[in-house]
Design a protein around this ligand. Structure first.
Ligand SMILES: [Zn+2]
Ligand SMILES: [Zn+2]
Length: 507
């Protein structure tokens, strides 16, 4: 769901950058614009209501397991959310909706109000969908026991629509929308006052620099915003916090605070956010803390600490940089090819930019997912390390606590007891969230696969070594690609004077 909100704002940025290029409708097309702007939320709401009731009726008539029905319901709702996002993007690109809201023409600082109104149809669609599907979602959750702890519904679990909407909005919409709107505001100013900025500073790229710096700042400070956009509180002092702090000290991991993520029991999840210790938080959701014992919480915490200590975030940023260079390279190649043909400039630009969008989707869809799934597994190993007991408490055959009580074979090895504690925590996450254990996930792989992998590593130290080598190669490849790509780009810039892509865009 986050990715859909990101797509919506990517579209807004795209449009802000060059509104004229996207105008493919005539000025007088009022009826088409109004029908799409108003119609999208109505369509999403009606479709959501229809599909929800249909799923529930099917569940009642044909006896099928409630948990299967719940998973199916969630899949259909995700499909409708995707449709709503596509409709919204169509309304930005193919109607006069954003043209009517071009307040920036009067004063650039007013454009943000136009942008706020422009994204409203998307927000309304999602609220409509959550509202109409909630009764079925709640009924299926109750019947399937999703979110139950040891067979009992959670205490204080919210069953009210208002709490449900509050959580969904904060979690999936505001968390993305608020930082994005801040950057969009700066983008509007940079675009609107481009000439003034150049005059004052005497530098023609001042607008882009300003935008880049503020986007970086918002990104770095976003954990502070998120802490308040979501409902959180500091984890209370007590034995659990002491144990988590001990793990942090041991791993030389620093963060600003360990927070409880309040979701009224709706979310069993943990996360870490922040590039730098001063703006870094570890989040453990309320339901996770009630559902797991201290050993399991420690394992989950160790997984999050692992992401930081293994610098996964930095390598994701490097991946984004390499991806950006690759797309720019492909687009430049396309632009050069187009320059040798008789295609009109506007068609050539459309072709080159379409290739750019497609290659971005391919690089992220395949490359990012592939790397992310491997980083998750590496963090799982850290989780198992955090849950590793001392030798006397490890009762199973294990490559760390070798039977004769000798020292560990290697600190890379995974203790079977630690692996089992982490696996049990993962199983809990799946069960309580109602995720089928074998359901594939783009960023995390299926929980079943992760568990089998971790247990296999604990049984065979040579597998662990091989896996660490794979990760090492991934990181090295990213570094080499980034360096080589930067070198080629710099060389190209100096030798070519003006790349074909800029020539095409400038026309
Ligand atoms: Zn993770
Ligand atoms: Zn062991």
């Amino acid at each position: 769901m986050h990715i859909l909100t990101i797509a919506v704002f990517a579209c807004m940025f795209w449009y802000a950058d060059d509104p004229a290029r996207w105008k493919v409708v005539t000025d007088g097309d009022v009826l088409w614009t109004i029908s799409l702007v108003v119609g999208q939320s109505i369509l999403v709401g009606l479709l959501g209501w229809f599909v929800s009731t249909w799923v529930y009726r099917q569940h009642k008539n044909i006896i099928s397991a409630p948990e299967k029905c719940h998973a199916r319901h969630q899949r259909y709702m995700a499909g409708i959310r995707f449709l709503g996002t596509v409709l919204f993007i169509v309304s930005i690109v193919f109607t006069n909706w954003p043209v009517w809201l071009a307040f920036g023409k009067t004063r650039p600082e007013l454009q943000i109000f136009g942008d706020l109104i422009a994204v409203l149809p998307f927000f309304i669609s999602m609220i409509a969908l959550w509202t109409v599907s909630y009764p079925v979602e709640r009924a299926l959750m109750r019947e399937s026991g999703v979110g139950n702890i040891d067979g009992q519904p959670q205490e204080g679990m919210a069953w009210h629509l208002s709490a449900y909407l509050d959580f969904q909005l904060r979690h999936y919409m505001f968390a993305v929308a608020i930082p994005m709107l801040l950057i969009l505001f700066v983008a509007n100013l940079a675009i609107g006052y481009e000439n003034e900025l150049t005059q004052i500073t005497g530098w023609s790229r001042m607008d882009e620099t300003l935008l880049g710096v503020s986007a970086g700042l918002v990104f770095i400070l976003s954990p502070i915003f998120l802490r308040y956009i979501w409902r959180t509180k500091a984890l209370e002092r007590g034995p659990l916090r002491d144990r988590l702090e001990a793990i942090s000290r041991c791993a030389e991991f620093r963060c600003r605070d360990i927070l409880v993520w309040k979701s009224d029991g709706m979310m069993i999840n943990a996360a870490v956010m922040g590039l730098f210790p001063r703006v870094r938080y570890v989040l453990l959701s309320d339901a996770l803390l009630t559902a797991m014992d201290n050993d399991q919480v420690e394992a989950v915490f160790g997984h999050e600490v692992g992401h930081v200590k293994l610098r996964h975030m930095q390598f994701f940023l490097l991946f984004a940089f390499v991806g950006w260079l690759l797309v720019a390279g492909v687009m430049e190649g396309g632009a050069q090819l187009m320059a040798t043909t008789t295609v009109t400039k506007s068609n050539a630009l459309l072709a080159v930019e379409s290739v750019g969008v497609i290659s971005t989707i391919v690089i992220w869809g395949l490359g990012f997912g592939w790397i992310s799934r491997r980083f998750e597994r590496q963090a799982d190993i850290s989780g198992a390390h955090s849950a590793t007991p001392d030798g006397s408490r490890c009762q199973v055959p294990c490559s760390v606590h070798v039977p004769s009580g000798q020292a560990a074979v290697s600190n890379l090895c995974v203790c079977m007891t630690g692996a089992k504690v982490f696996a049990s925590a993962l199983e809990r996450v799946a069960k309580l969230n109602g995720i089928p254990i074998e359901e594939w996930s783009w960023r995390h792989a299926s929980i079943g696969k992760r568990i089998r992998f971790l247990l296999a590593l604990a049984g065979d130290p040579s597998l662990t070594l091989g896996f660490h080598q794979t990760i090492h190669r991934i990181k090295l490849t990213l570094i080499i690609l980034a360096l080589a790509g930067s070198g080629i780009t710099a060389y190209y810039w100096v030798v070519m004077v003006e790349p074909a892509l800029l020539r095409l865009q400038g026309s």
